[in-house]
Write a protein that binds this ligand. Structure first.
Ligand SMILES: Nc1ncnc2c1ncn2[C@@H]1O[C@H](COP(=O)(O)OP(=O)(O)OP(=O)(O)O)[C@@H](O)[C@H]1O
Ligand SMILES: [Mg+2]
Length: 370
């Protein structure tokens, strides 16, 4: 057997077992070889198409159903020019007339600089296309459902808020008006009803704030400001409660450290993080706002408190999971502080993450430079 024939048989044997369709054409575009996978995908057998123009047999129609004449065939043009043609998504027609979505590569066969034919390797992409379409569809469905849920939540929260606020008003009125004529037990109950209702209103406000951020109703308006001053302002608000718990507060942010962010929203971020830190620290512990030396444009709140249980750590930033635990002095929460904080940081294009162990927790906020 001559070297040429030997090569031919080697090629045939390899092509027989390959999982991709292989088609070889001569310089006129007529079929000289087709492997079993190509036969299977196209529904034609090699003898049926041998010597026939392949464009007319399988490549006569475009993906949108319009005819693709040979003169306009992009593969033909490329091959004639001695170039390779690659496409991620195109269609071939099967023997039964149905269309087969494929991705393929066609390479010219060159002999002494002349195009003597071409080899095309193609793959059925219908399963991939279907999977992609399904993912898109289910993502769209999930997004719509979330939007609907958010809208419903905002509406419900909004409707609940007003009667509760007026309830607080009534409770305060009774307290003022009849406080002294009530016995201590009734006064205590009244006070508790008031605190609980205020707590509910806080929770509703939290939900409304998150809703406004996710729907884009609140848009950050950025300016450049000193982080040290912002931290000082927030820490001041906790001076009393931290003092009562004998927790030390420290502002270690350098004087010249400024950031570009929405001032009011950034204060909320710090407020939530410091409020948590104070909530989960014990007498003798400390809470520090600082800027980690190794991280650019990052502000962190570190505490030496009880730490976050490892199982809770990855769930702190979503509303869907209940993560709220009472503080070391029995302080109550809604578990909305961190989801809100996360939304704010996200709306700035930044990131929020936490590290925690038994020695305490650190929450990091990284913001883009501009
Ligand atoms: N610094 C921290 N140390 C220990 N646990 C923390 C800390 N920060 C957050 N956590 C845990 O994460 C939970 C959720 O915090 P988040 O601020 O979202 O809600 P909350 O403080 O419980 O209530 P809210 O902020 O709505 O009043 C907390 O209840 C607590 O279990
Ligand atoms: Mg909180």
């Amino acid at each position: 057997m001559g070297a040429h024939r030997e090569k031919y048989w080697f090629f045939r044997n390899v092509a027989e077992v390959l999982g991709e369709g292989i088609i070889v054409l001569d310089e006129q575009g007529n079929l000289t070889f087709m492997n079993p996978e190509a036969e299977r995908l196209l529904g034609w057998t090699e003898p049926e198409l041998l010597g026939k123009n392949l464009h007319r047999a399988i490549h006569h129609t475009r993906a949108d159903g319009t005819p693709c004449p040979l003169e306009e065939c992009p593969v033909n043009k490329k091959i004639a020019a001695g170039d390779t043609y690659r496409v991620d998504e195109e269609v071939f027609s099967r023997k039964d007339g149905t269309l087969l979505p494929v991705s393929f590569v066609s390479t010219p066969l060159l002999e002494a600089g002349w195009v003597t034919g071409s080899v095309s390797v193609f793959r059925d992409i219908s399963a991939e296309k279907k999977a992609k379409a399904e993912i898109l569809e289910s993502r769209e469905r999930a997004e719509n459902a979330t939007k609907l849920k958010d809208r419903f939540l905002s509406l419900a929260a909004h409707d609940l808020r007003s009667p509760l606020v007026s309830l607080i008003g009534f409770l305060r009125w009774i307290e003022r008006d009849a406080g002294n004529s009530m016995d201590a037990r009734h006064r205590e109950m009244l006070k508790r009803a008031e605190t609980n209702t205020e707590h509910l209103v806080d929770m509703i406000d939290g939900l409304l704030d998150i809703g406004r951020l996710t729907t884009g109703e609140i848009q950050p308006v950025n300016s450049r400001f000193s982080v040290r001053s912002a931290a000082a302002l927030v820490l001041e608000k906790f001076r009393h409660s931290a003092g009562e718990k004998r927790v030390a507060l420290a502002n270690d942010v350098p004087e010249d450290f400024d950031i570009f962010a929405d001032y009011g929203l950034f204060l909320s971020v710090l407020y939530n993080l410091v409020s948590n830190a104070v909530k989960f620290t014990r007498p003798g512990d400390s809470v520090t706002v600082y800027s980690p030396a190794e991280l650019a444009n990052t502000i962190a709140v570190r505490d030496t408190g009880v730490g976050v249980p490892q199982g809770l750590l990855p769930r702190l930033f979503t509303r869907e999971h209940k993560t709220s635990r009472p503080g070391t002095a029995g302080e109550k929460g809604n578990g909305l502080g961190l989801p809100f904080t996360h939304e704010i940081v996200k709306s700035h294009g930044g990131s929020l993450w936490a590290e925690s162990d038994k020695g305490g927790s650190t929450f990091y906020v990284a913001l883009p430079r501009e």
